[in-house]
Design a protein around this ligand. Structure first.
Ligand SMILES: [Zn+2]
Length: 155
């Protein structure tokens, strides 16, 4: 699954549970759960993978920044922890490309590789739909939190 979608699902989880201590491990668990669901993948070549991964990585970073900025300060730590936890298992992609190794134990790498349910042609039907749902859930929780703050701030 695209890391952008892992980030969005992590933001949603963090907004829902609020606690950073809960959001971080839940984010990590969500990563593996989402990777086991059908998603877009199986690239035509290394160049194709790098093109997708670069655009996806930069989009994921931008989403992290935007989600953190949109989240009210008292909930920000939970949202950031959710996003970091959800993105963390894919840290091996850039380290493999740039340094030639994965920072995770072999058992984790094997598990992460084994659970993938990837197929080409699933960008719009799976990735875009999942991303839109995660973003909508995060936006709804964040809007509700902001509305709650305004109500509480009123005399
Ligand atoms: Zn993954």
């Amino acid at each position: 699954m695209l890391v952008t979608n892992h980030v969005l699902s992590g933001a949603l989880l963090g907004a829902a549970v609020r606690s950073p201590a809960a959001a971080l491990p839940l984010g990590v668990a969500s990563h593996f759960a989402l990777d086991a669901l059908p998603h877009w993948g199986q690239w035509l070549s290394r160049a194709h993978f790098l093109r997708v991964a670069t655009a996806d990585g930069l989009t994921g970073l931008a989403v992290m920044g935007a989600a953190a900025a949109l989240t009210p300060p008292e909930r920000r730590a939970g949202v950031v922890a959710g996003m970091v936890g959800a993105a963390l298992p894919d840290l091996d992609k850039p380290t493999r490309v740039f340094f030639g190794f994965s920072p995770f134990p072999r058992r984790v790498n094997d598990f992460h590789g084994r659970i993938q349910d990837e197929a080409p042609g699933r960008f719009y039907s799976h990735e875009v739909v999942a991303g839109a749902l995660f973003a909508a859930g995060f936006a709804a929780l964040t809007a509700a939190a902001r509305a709650g703050r305004r109500t509480r701030a009123r005399p």
